[in-house]
Write a protein that binds this ligand. Structure first.
Ligand code: ATP
Ligand code: MG
Length: 248
């Protein structure tokens, strides 16, 4: 977190080759009236500056507020509003540079890591969305699937701040998220497999980046994150039919 500093109403974060594109996306979101995202302020080769989004990020351990059904519902609605605003972003392949490869079908710009820890809450209400480094063109269900994985949650690991939910509670929260987002039938039919695909993609990224010496991913790997995601893939595959039925 020392990489990220706050001064008054501004946040300074490390920049990457994708930062100019992400700032164009953030500006577009504000033009569309989606003010839950940080405002882009400036960017250089190594640092970017964006506005501080007031509220409390849903970091682990989850508070009772973040674990609430209302937080899940308002987060899903926030994701919907973000996707609707991002859908009119004027894509320009000659200029845009994203940190992740485009995924088809391109329906909007997806956030790429929509989770409680990247949402900002005012009590039980999701009011902000931060950390757009992994944004890229893709299908809405890519974000919804990884969000459902984080919010249900479908991890086999411990979720700090809550006792491991029973499968039926996870399924009910998955269905609630899709309902609040108003996810279409075709996306629902591929949600379970998309969740698995997003975990496999994370493991691949982690292993590739760690092999290239990226310290964040070397640390994630050393802390067993890839093993946990693999165990979660097995859990999701075991319950794929139940998940598909719950969100149908
Ligand atoms: N624009 C912002 N408005 C409010 N809080 C922010 C903002 N940017 C970052 N933060 C705070 O800093 C934390 C980490 O920032 P961010 O999610 O952008 O980076 P990260 O690379 O994901 O880091 P981490 O792995 O620690 O989450 C957030 O959880 C939040 O508390
Ligand atoms: Mg984050």
């Amino acid at each position: 977190m020392e990489r990220i500093t706050r001064a008054d109403d501004r946040v300074h974060r490390p920049a990457g080759p994708w930062t100019p594109t992400v700032h164009r996306l953030l500006a577009h979101l504000h033009e569309q009236g989606f003010v839950a995202a940080p405002e882009p302020i400036e960017h250089g080769d190594t640092l970017e500056t964006v506005s501080f989004v007031p509220g409390v990020a849903g970091e682990y351990p989850w508070t009772e507020d973040v674990a609430s059904e209302a937080a899940l519902v308002t987060s899903a609605r926030l994701l919907r509003q973000f996707h609707d605003a991002a859908a009119t972003y004027p894509l320009d392949a000659s200029r845009d540079c994203w940190s992740q490869a485009e995924r088809t079908p391109v329906e909007t710009i997806v956030h790429g890591d929509f989770a409680p820890y990247n949402c900002v809450y005012d009590g039980i209400q999701a009011v902000g969305l931060i950390d757009f480094d992994t944004a890229h063109p893709g299908p809405r269900v890519w974000d919804v699937a990884s969000a459902v994985y984080r919010f249900a949650p479908f991890t086999t690991g411990a979720v700090e701040g809550m006792t491991a939910p029973a499968l039926e509670d996870r399924l009910a929260r998955a269905a609630e998220f899709c309902r609040a987002y108003d996810l279409d039938a075709r996306s629902r039919s591929v949600l379970a497999e998309t969740m698995t695909a997003s975990l496999v993609a994370m493991v691949t990224t982690m292993e590739t980046e760690a092999a290239a010496g990226n310290p964040k991913f070397v640390s994630d790997l050393a802390h067993g994150h890839a093993d946990l995601y693999r165990a979660d893939v097995a859990y999701l595959e075991q319950h794929a039919d139940a998940i598909a039925a719950a969100v149908a």
